[in-house]
Every structure is written in structure tokens, then in C-alpha cells.
Design a binder for this molecule. Structure first.
Ligand code: ARG
Length: 460
């Protein structure tokens, strides 16, 4: 017999390196609050069904609460030889309250315990992440409303395509974040199911009442199969998938901020507090925060791939492989939460350079499609209009002048269907105002979309 809690059948202590190699307490100690929450619910349930008596419950509750205080005061001594957060807390409980502490684990296994802890932990993380998404979306709505009339070039292939309003562009990010929010709300439902009571793998011989623990812990449902309950981590993979999509969105958004803040685009200024300088080039102001978020997206995609790979070969039920689920999951949640926080702080501080945006839209023949549409309204087939405007653009490139800068006579070289009302169509305002339907770039539509966005956030 050794002094380990499972030491009964062992004839020699575990190898010192193996003890360190198999321990997870360095990283799983952050589950302590949820581990204690789960233990309190389990002990309460055991008392209700008569496995523990009221005095024992009282001792366990006082002991666990005191341990939580010790941990939070930084006075708890985490021991690697006790392997993980669960054994550390249980050993300390027995140290504090004596023999009753050893009864807590009745009808339970670390397998259902850890599965329960991660779900409780992730549920809280998802809630915090959802709140950050909402805060970022609020910032986007406010900025979009302020910039509903601001005109910038819209791009395809990163080539100037058609004018859009900056507010409209910002609301594209709002839409993506709405879907990220939906996905996480959905993932939360499947995270919020209780494996506790599955015990090691087959359930337990004690007369446990899982509806009691389910209610005490605020789970939506009880897992329906003990083998599945202890071994499945698909909720964590689903979270990483949703987190990956959200990080992919933030990464694209970051890329735009980095470009817009460059001297070549010069569309925005990012306040100094979101940037850093160079140790050698005195003139530099680098958009580090969006760059770093773009880079951090890789960690979250890595967590997703890592967890999928971790699960794919595991036979039922619990395997020690699953101890490897925590670091990627923690890292994915931390990375997403911090990145959202940075974005939510940064977006309201974006300073648009409206004149430069406008100037960029004016260059690059961004109203060429408007001229083609004008000719269609004069009765010409669209393909012919496309050709006519293409010739006009070629002329403009040679002359180094935009369509709106040409005289009526110059424009009429390409079609006698062009009259002096064409100039209203060739202006940037004319172009954006004409796209006046749900989802279009017209300022009126941006304001309507902002109102819809506010209503959506109010329902959360
Ligand atoms: N630290 C373990 C984990 O993270 C807890 C469960 C271990 N159970 C066991 N029988 N080894 O999964």
C-alpha cells in the first residue's frame, strides 16, 4: 500500500517523474470553484437520499467553503503528488474535517466529477463571452449610426468596386457577430447537460437522485447514458468550432483595421493607446492590437484541431487522454474572450478620416456600374451598357479623369443616350442613395439596420 488515495492495490509508490508527468493540477486548479460547486451539490443530494446525515453534510459544506476561501486568499498549497484539482481539494477536506471528508466521494468518480466541472466552467465562460460580443456589437451600432452618411470605396478583389457607406461596412461585422452569438448560445445548450451520477462509467449502486443535483447546479438536462456522460467532450469541440469562427471574423476585421490605419489607405486613426512604437524607427505607430488578434486566431484553430484529434481514437468510456482537453479549451476561451474585450474597447475609439475615405471612393471609377444602370434605364440592354461604360473608363484612365469629371460632350462620345441628368447618378451620394432596399448601402438603410440591431440586442 502506498500513501496515494488509490494506493490500496499498489506495492510501490509511483515513479517521481511519472507523478509529475501524469499530474494536471498546475492547469486544472482553475476549475476549483466549479469543482467545489459540484461537490456541494453532490453532498446535498447524498444527504437527501440518506447516504450522508445532516451533521456530515454540515461538516462537508463548512470544510469546502473554507477551502474555497483558502484558495482565493492564495493560502492553499497545491500538491503535484495529489495529481489534480479534485484530489487536492478532497485531501484538504479530509485534513480539515477528518473522516467525514472521505465520505464525499461516495457514489461518484473523478470521471463524472471532471466532466461536470468542465461543463460548469465552460457555461460561465460562454456567458462572459456572450456579454463581450454584445458590448462589441453595441459599439459597432453606435459607430455605424454616426457614420451612416460617410462614403468610402467598397472593394472586391481589394480593387475599388462601388461606393459604400462606412456605416454599412461596419454593420457587415455586426451581422457576423450576431451569428457568432447565436452559435455560442446554441453550444451552451449542449454544454449545459449534467454527467454527474455517471460515476466511473456504469452508474452507481447508491440510490442517487440525479434530478436533485441537476436542479442544484442549474443544468438544463441530465445526460442519458453514463458511458457517454463520462467520455464525451463534443461540447468542448463545438465550443472551439464556434470560437474559431468568431476568431476568424475578428481576424478579418483586424486585417481591415491594419490596412485602414496604413499611410497607403489612411482611412482611420487608431488612438495611441491601442498602438505601440518601434525600438528603432522613431516615426512608427504600429496597430499591434489588431495584428495580435489576427495572429491569435491561429491558437484557437489549433485548439479545435487538437481536441478533434484527441477524441477521434478513444474507445468508450473515460480515458486519461481526456486530461489533455483542458489546456486547449482554456486557451481557446481565454483567447476569444480577451480578443473580444480588446475589440469592444477599440471599436468606439476608431477615428474615421472621412475626407480620405471619400477621396479614395472618388478615384477608381467606383460609379461605373451606376452609369451602366443609367443607360439600362434609357432602354439599352445591360451587356451593351457594360461595353459602353468600359470604353468610357478606358478613356478616363488615359485622360486620368473620373467619369464625374468628364463633360457631357465627352460622355456622349460613348452614347447619345446620356443627358445632363447623368451627373446626379455619377456622384457618390447618388450612387449610395440609389441602393435603397433592405441590406443595401443607402444611409437610410444603414439607419434602419441600426434600429433592427438595437432591437436584437434588447432581446438578449
Ligand atoms: N485529471 C483527470 C482529468 O482531467 C480527472 C479524471 C481522472 N480519472 C482517472 N481515473 N484517472 O480527466
Amino acid at each position: 500500500k502506498t500513501n496515494q488515495s488509490w494506493g490500496g492495490r499498489f506495492s510501490e509508490p509511483v515513479d517521481a517523474f511519472v507523478a509529475r508527468f501524469t499530474a494536471s493540477v498546475d492547469f486544472d486548479q482553475r476549475l476549483y470553484r466549479h469543482d467545489i460547486m459540484g461537490s456541494l451539490a453532490h453532498a446535498n443530494m447524498l444527504t437527501r437520499v440518506g447516504v450522508l446525515n445532516a451533521d456530515e453534510l454540515k461538516a462537508i459544506e463548512d470544510g469546502l467553503n473554507a477551502i474555497q476561501q483558502e484558495i482565493e486568499a492564495g493560502q492553499f498549497e497545491w500538491r503535484t503528488d495529489l495529481e489534480d484539482v479534485h484530489m487536492n481539494i478532497e485531501a484538504r477536506l479530509t485534513e480539515r474535517i477528518g473522516i467525514t471528508g472521505k465520505k464525499l466521494h461516495t457514489g461518484r468518480s473523478r470521471n463524472d466529477q471532471v466532466a461536470t466541472d468542465i461543463r460548469l466552467w465552460l457555461r460561465d465562460e460562454i456567458d462572459a463571452i456572450l456579454a463581450e460580443i454584445t458590448r462589441l456589437q453595441q459599439g459597432l451600432l453606435e459607430l455605424a449610426e454616426r457614420e451612416a452618411d460617410t462614403i468610402m470605396p467598397g472593394f472586391t478583389h481589394l480593387q475599388t468596386a462601388q461606393p459604400v457607406t462606412f456605416g454599412h461596412h461596419l454593420l457587415a461585422w455586426f451581422e457576423m457577430l450576431s451569428r457568432d452569438h447565436e452559435r455560442l448560445v446554441d453550444c451552451r445548450k449542449r454544454t449545459n447537460r449534467m454527467p454527474l451520477g455517471s460515476a466511473a462509467l456504469a452508474g452507481t449502486t447508491y440510490p442517487i437522485d440525479r434530478t436533485v443535483t441537476c436542479e442544484l447546479l442549474g443544468f438544463e438536462a441530465i445526460s442519458g447514458n453514463s458511458l457517454d456522460g463520462v467520455s464525451d467532450r463534443d461540447f468542448a469541440i463545438e465550443f472551439c468550432a464556434a470560437a474559431s469562427l468568431a476568431m476568424m471574423h475578428l481576424s478579418r476585421f483586424s486585417e481591415e483595421l491594419v490596412m485602414w490605419a496604413s499611410a497607403q489607405f489612411n482611412f482611420i486613426n487608431l488612438p495611441d493607446r491601442f498602438c505601440t512604437g518601434s525600438s528603432i524607427m522613431p516615426q512608427k505607430k504600429n496597430p499591434d492590437v489588431p495584428e495580435l488578434i489576427r495572429g491569435k486566431s491561429g491558437r484557437v484553430f489549433g485548439a479545435l484541431t487538437g481536441l478533434l484529434t484527441l477524441m477521434k481514437g478513444q474507445p468508450l468510456a473515460y480515458n486519461k487522454d481526456n486530461q489533455e482537453d483542458k489546456e486547449p479549451l482554456f486557451d481557446a476561451a481565454d483567447t476569444l474572450r480577451d480578443s473580444l474585450r480588446a475589440f469592444a474597447d477599440m471599436v468606439p475609439a476608431i477615428e474615421p478620416k472621412r475626407e480620405f475615405m471619400r477621396e479614395a471612393a472618388r478615384r477608381g471609377f467606383s460609379t461605373a456600374t451606376d452609369l451602366a444602370d443609367y443607360l439600362v434605364r434609357q432602354g439599352l440592354p445591360f451587356r451593351d451598357c457594360h461595353e459602353i461604360v468600359g470604353l468610357a473608363v478606358r478613356y478616363g484612365v488615359e485622360q486620368n479623369r473620373d467619369l464625374a469629371e468628364m463633360s457631357l460632350d465627352e460622355l456622349r462620345q460613348f452614347s447619345d443616350k446620356i443627358h445632363d441628368d447623368v451627373f446626379a447618378v455619377l456622384t457618390l451620394e447618388g450612387s449610395v442613395n440609389a441602393r435603397n432596399h433592405i441590406g443595401g448601402t443607402a444611409p437610410a438603410q444603414v439607419r434602419a439596420a441600426v434600429a433592427r440591431g438595437r432591437a436584437l440586442l434588447a432581446q438578449r
